[in-house]
Write a protein that binds this ligand. Sequence first.
Ligand code: TA6
Length: 338
Amino acid sequence: MRGQARPSVSAARRSAVSAHRAVNVVASSVADLNKKHGIPGSVEFKEGKSGSPVVVLKHACGASAEMYLFGACVTSWKQPSGDEVLYVRPDAVFDKSKPISGGVPHCFPQFGPGAMQQHGFARNLDWAVSTTSADPNPDEKDPSVEVVLTESDYTLKMWPHKFKAVYTVSLHGEQLNLQLRVINTDDKPFDFTAALHTYIEVLEIAKAKVTGLKGLTYLCKAVDPKVPETKKEDRDAVTFTGYTDSVYLNSPAHVELEVGTGAAVALDSTGWEDTVVWNPHLTMKDCYQHFCCVENAKFGKAATVKPGESWTATVTMSVVDVSKLKHDLECTPEPAPM
Ligand code: TA6
């Protein structure tokens, strides 16, 4: 506490009491959430890090996912083997002082850079649970949660529009399904850009490859994000040898990230249109080796939504060759050349 006065004992006691109260408030809200929306064994609420509420989805096949209500940020998606697919950065904080750095943060209503805070406000706010389910099909019991975000004084100051964003997260077996619907509840049209800033764990970034982007035009933001260079992708697979920040325009519905173990994560999307590939390289020395962001985005052409209408985009994430997902296994050596 260099340079700061030590708090008095009574002040310390008061802050201990208020900290205790804060924990109790969270505990009862988790209890309330379980009472109102919990489905034992399928959809459960718990206190996450820093006491922040988390919803846990569990599929009968053994797959699971976790989402913080703060930012509606999915921070974990595990295969039945227990292997984690997503990545949360070691500098991530969960006390709501800043967005959660990792998993699947939202970028809405601005992908950025732009007039508003980078990536918009949706990742900085608590989303409300509207509904849960675990039985859309009696044979599947896919656990699902729907959360919503609507305008507030805070959002209206930054973006003067009334809206309802509805985010549905579900597990279909081992697959993770994410759907975002943005409804215009205002009386004038609005435009927005958006993305799901998905962090995926890789064995080692030098071994990671993104396929499906060959031939596309992309905006390379590596030198100056505000003045991106327009380039054409001529590689069969995008690999990582330095800072990478590229927005691929009009990308195909199916893109894959090979994670370096022999397994790949496939992203099959509708409505998103663009794909962002980001690795911070040496600007994040502690962690850049272990993740790659492959982000479904709507950026090249902003979405325009008229009053009473909505925009919807989905992504299904699945692991290809899950037996090779394990990140703690050594890579299978390449066969020696004949
Ligand atoms: O999605 C890529 C990107 O927009 C990069 O330009 C980089 O600034 C990064 O996101 C920042 O993400 P963060 O979550 O750290 O704000």
